[in-house]
Design a binder for this molecule. Structure first.
Ligand code: SF4
Length: 130
């Protein structure tokens, strides 16, 4: 993820889910497309982390190309991450926010890990009191 896109994503983080959904519906480049199936290309069967194979790279390139000029890409990605947060990995499909399903799985996993860490910190006994 580019630094610029990461900064934009950070700026939409504070927006409500309803606002994000509305922006995507109103301005998404894929909304009303004559070929909506383009955002659901056949997924590579292998999602191994051990070296990316060509099918994964091509899928990710397709995602960047399809969503590259979308004016609400950051909003769309943030919305996808919220909607997919509680889903099992096998339910992630299609291109959203310029990201392939396995890329969003990684982002969601990172969010879950951060949330668990924060929750653990809040429930930990106060070490300052002895
Ligand atoms: S970022 Fe991609 S998937 Fe999301 S609304 Fe835009 S074109 Fe559609």
């Amino acid at each position: 993820m580019s630094n610029i896109f990461a900064a934009v994503l950070k700026s939409v983080y504070a927006q409500s889910t309803a606002v994000l959904a509305r922006q995507v519906i109103l301005h998404g480049a894929c909304v009303g497309s004559s070929n909506p199936d383009a955002w659901f290309p056949p997924e590579p069967t292998s999602r191994s982390d051990a070296g990316k194979d060509l099918a994964l790279v091509e899928y990710e390139a397709t995602a960047r190309q399809l969503c590259g000029s979308c004016p609400v890409r950051a909003e769309c990605l943030e919305l996808a991450l919220r909607e997919e947060y509680d889903l099992p990995r096998s339910w992630f499909h299609g291109i959203r926010g310029g990201a392939a399903p396995w890329e969003r799985q990684t982002m969601v996993s990172n969010r879950r890990r951060t949330a668990r860490r924060l929750a653990a910190r809040q429930t930990a006994p106060d070490e300052a009191v002895a």
